[in-house]
Design a protein around this ligand. Structure first.
Ligand SMILES: C[S@@+](CC[C@H](N)C(=O)[O-])C[C@H]1O[C@@H](n2cnc3c(N)ncnc32)[C@H](O)[C@@H]1O
Length: 268
């Protein structure tokens, strides 16, 4: 039976500790594109969407998110017997892929601050017929304050997580700290493109496909947050600079699917 480990601080306390991130907090009923959420609100959002998150990912990406996640795991360099971390694991897609890659001799930790997302990940693990999936441990915790020792992991993935963190520099420093020298992080997310055409197309798709489809699940406001979060995110070049600033010796950002998605690969 899979279980979820709670770290010393509860997820509520973890989220509440980000009060500086609430500076620009506005009402959830304000203009959706203008919304900026503090960590506690983001936690509530991901718990709210948890029951339909996987279905919407398949629907909105036409299944392509599975391919992007396989690419991210491959870029992480994880191999048989490794001890790896999937940050902001949500319902566990990347953690399950990592689990197959590192095999039964390896160890996977999936960390998220939404207990609802972790419950879904844990029940997927219980329903899985694959023996290797037993190598996954789910941890309720804060990506900005990791309770792991320095130089602990052989690889780290984070899928659609960094954009949602209130302090991206701190997140990068934490990943650097817990990663072994020579090991890699693989950061998959929406790409904040420098091409006007790609940005217009991305925003058109969010406004005219993503938000209306999410609306049919009663979640249009929650998904409208996507557009502002990409606008406030970092370009590929800025992500590379962030990684180098945190100490990574090498950082490369790759655009995927015509620049709609991006993946940063950085080596400690
Ligand atoms: C968009 S989901 C991505 C889930 C999964 N990685 C995937 O690709 O399907 C972002 C996840 O980040 C988590 N998250 C956001 N901020 C966090 C934080 N400070 N610490 C831990 N998890 C966080 C949310 O709870 C949510 O599950």
């Amino acid at each position: 039976m899979a279980s979820i480990s709670s770290l010393s601080q509860s997820s509520q306390a973890a989220a509440a500790s980000f009060s500086p991130g609430c500076r620009r907090l506005r009402s959830r009923r304000s203009t959706p594109a203008a919304q900026v959420f503090c960590s506690a609100e983001r936690q509530a959002l991901f718990s709210r969407i948890a029951p339909v998150y996987d279905d919407l990912n398949d629907l909105l990406s036409l299944g392509l998110h599975r391919v992007w996640k396989r690419m991210a795991v491959s870029w992480s360099g994880a191999k048989k017997g490794d001890r790896v971390l999937d940050l902001c694991c949500g319902s566990g897609d990347l953690a399950f892929l990592l689990s197959e890659r590192v095999g039964p001799e390896g160890e996977v930790t999936g960390l998220d601050f939404s207990s609802k997302q972790l419950l879904i990940a844990s029940s997927r693990q219980n329903l899985s017929g694959k023996a290797c999936h037993r190598n996954i441990t789910w941890v309720e915790g804060d990506a900005l304050n990791l309770s792991f020792p320095a130089c602990y992991f052989d690889a780290i993935t984070i899928g659609y997580g960094l954009r949602n963190l209130v302090d991206k520099r701190k997140a990068m420093e934490e990943m650097f700290r817990v990663l072994k020298p020579g090991a890699r992080i693989s950061v998959l997310d929406f790409n904040k493109s420098t091409s006007a055409f790609t940005t217009i197309f991305q925003e058109y798709m969010i406004d005219n496909v993503v938000v209306p489809v999410a609306g049919s699940y009663g979640l249009s406001e929650d998904y409208a947050y996507l557009k502002s979060s990409i606008q406030e995110f970092l370009t590929g070049q800025e992500l590379e600079e962030l990684a180098r600033g945190a100490g990574f010796s090498d950082a490369q950002h790759y655009e995927i699917s015509g620049g709609l998605m991006g993946n940063l690969v950085a080596t400690r």
